[in-house]
Design a protein around this ligand. Sequence first.
Ligand SMILES: NC(=O)c1ccc[n+]([C@@H]2O[C@H](COP(=O)([O-])OP(=O)(O)OC[C@H]3O[C@@H](n4cnc5c(N)ncnc54)[C@H](OP(=O)(O)O)[C@@H]3O)[C@@H](O)[C@H]2O)c1
Length: 235
Amino acid sequence: MSATPLTILVTGGNKGIGLEVCRQLARAGHQVILSARSTERGQAAVAALVKEGLHVDFLELDTSDEGSIHRAVQALSGRIKALHVLINNAAILQTWMGTILDVTAVELRETFNTNVVGPILLTQALLPLLEAGKPARIINVSSQLGSVAQMTDGWPGYGISKAALNAATRKLAVALQKRGISVNAASPGWVKTDMGTENAPLSLEQGARNIARLVTDFPAATTNKFLQENGEYPW
Ligand SMILES: NC(=O)c1ccc[n+]([C@@H]2O[C@H](COP(=O)([O-])OP(=O)(O)OC[C@H]3O[C@@H](n4cnc5c(N)ncnc54)[C@H](OP(=O)(O)O)[C@@H]3O)[C@@H](O)[C@H]2O)c1
């Protein structure tokens, strides 16, 4: 049980790393709100955690839909007075193959909408609740594939979207530092999930731990960093 329970919102919490992050943080004694774009899948995930003896609440939230973001924040404002942690975890990866020479406009737009625009709009909409919860933190779940310093050929739409999410992380960190809200990007590593595939070296538990530890092991004031399992990663 954590000494000071925090209220934490996780996007894309119905499966994969998001679900496991919800599990680990609820086990640590925090008040976790698991959000998902599908009520059915989200409620099923919450039910599974409740069956394990954990207390987790559900919120419907599609990060690619501005209307859904605003409805979710309105609903949340009626349920909690302050939010201490926002974990922008929801993301899509449409194609592994090809290079930037092959990527389509549809893939770029859809990937940007979910992976970049959604986290920025959600952050803006949640600012009153986050300010009420300061020192508050925002964790943007990024990827090593988003490192501009080490940009590779493949995963073009996804890689560019995570680089943009990293840029948004830095801008938000600067914009929010004086308002008591820290903002960091964190890579879970290559993790066995539907997105990461069975070929990934890291277990779900390890990957989620690399994200959850930013809440449990880092001071709230840590900001403007791109973190991974072994420390900082080049932007
Ligand atoms: N797995 C890896 O190796 C790896 C590596 C680096 C970074 N990451 C990052 O880690 C995070 C979690 O990835 P994962 O491996 O757990 O992926 P995953 O198993 O594919 O899960 C993705 C989650 O995001 C949700 N989602 C997608 N679009 C959404 C939207 N518009 N609104 C709300 N939720 C949405 C999905 O919901 P549905 O079930 O409804 O589709 C699902 O819950 C992502 O940010 C990913 O980029 C993963």
